[in-house]
Design a protein around this ligand. Sequence first.
Ligand code: MEV
Length: 439
Amino acid sequence: MNHAVSGFSKLGKEEKIRLIAQTYFTDAEKAETLVKSYWNSDEKLQQLHDEFIENTITNFYLPLGIAPNFLINEKFYTVPMAVEESSVVAAAAKAAKFWSTRGGFKTTVVGTEKIGQVHFMFNGSHAKIQEFFNLIKPALFSDTESITKNMQQRGGGILDIELRDKTDLLENYFQLHATFETKDSMGANFINSCLEQFASTLKSKAQQHSLFSEQEKDIKVVMSILSNYVPNCVVRAEVSCPVADLKEKNIDDGKVFAENFVQAVNIAKVEPFRAVTHNKGIMNGIDAVVVATGNDFRAVEAGVHAYAAKDGRYTSLSDARIENGIFYFSVEVPLALGTVGGLTTLHPLVRFCHEVLEKPSAPELMQITAAVGLAQNFAALRSLTTTGIQQGHMKMHLNNIINQFNAAPAEREAITAHFKKNAVSHAAVVDFISELRKK
Ligand code: MEV
C-alpha cells in the first residue's frame, strides 16, 4: 500500500484486520487468523484492552515473570516483571537470592518532587516581568484551587512556582518553572492541568497589567507540559557485605571478585560507550517492573538517561567500592512512578501485579524498582567479570531454539545433555536436532 489511507480509524476492528492482511500478506486468511488468535475469549476484557488505544487490532503479549526473594529494608517482596529478554528474570531472581543471605537491599527515597513548565515568549522589560510575576503568583495558586483540592487532601499539590529568564539561550524565552508533590500518583494529568491553568492566568493577567506596554501584554505561551527529567524524584538502593562473604559458585576468591567488579563499575564511570550498556543492564530490571506495574517506561527511560548525564558527561548510574574489607554497591535513579490512577486501576493484570507487591505506595514502588535495577546490574557485572555473559544467555537461547523446533521431551533431554558439554550456537543446535531426527 504505497499510498495514504483515509478513514482507517472509522473502519471496524475486523475491517482493519482484513485491510492489513489483504495488503501485506500473500496468505491473508492465515494472517487474519494469527491476529485473532491473540484476542481474549472474554469479550469484556478484550473490549477493555481495545479501548486503551486507537486502531487496536489485537493484543501484543509480553511474558510476565516473577522474581522472588527480594529482601528490601527487612521485608521480602515477590516482584512481577514484564519483559521479553530471556535471561532478565532469572538474573534478577538469582541476584535477589544472593543478597537475601547478605543483609538484603537497603533503599531510601531521596526526594519525590516532580516538575512542570509553561514555556512562553515575552518581549519587554525583564524587571517588569519579574515584578508582574511576583504580583500574580498568589493568583497562579488560587486559580488552580479546584484542580489541586483533592491532591492537597492527599498531602500533595503545587510546591512552588518560579519565573525563569531563559533569554540568554533563546530570545524572549521565559518559563514558569513549577514543582509538585503528587503522592501516590505519577501525576502527569494533575501537573499538566495545573500548568494549562497557569498559562491561562498568565496571559489574562498580562492583558490587564497596567504597567505593561501593548507589546509586553502580548505574552505568547508556546506550551505547557510536565518534564520527564525529575532530578529531585530520586531513589537510592544499596547492598553491602564483607568481601569474604562474596565467595560462591563462580566466585573463587571474594577479594578478587570485588576488585574486578569495582573496576567494571569504574570503567562505566569514565567510558560513555560502556556506561550506556551498563545502564541498559540496570534498565532491564527497572523497565520490567515499570511495565508490570502499569507505569510509563518511556518517561522513566528518558528521565533516567538524562540523569546519567546530569554532570555534563554520560556516566554510570551505579557505584561500587571496597572500604575496610566491606564491598558496597549502590544505584541512584530518578523514578516518577504511580500506584494509583491510569493503568494501575484499569488494567486487571497490572492490578494483579500491585497485589503481588502488597499494594505499595509510590515511594515504596520506587524503592522496589531501584532494588531490582541494582540486582540486575549486579547479575550482569557478576557474569561479565567471571564466566562471561554468553554462558547464561546461551542457556536461555538453547531453550528458545528447542521450543522453536517443538522438541519432544526425549529430544529435549538429549539436546540439553549434549549442550551441557558443548558450546551453544544456533547452527550447532539446529545441526544436532537434524542429526537426532535422522536417527
Ligand atoms: C544485556 O541485556 C545487558 C548487559 O549487556 C548489561 C551489561 O553489559 O552490563 C549484559
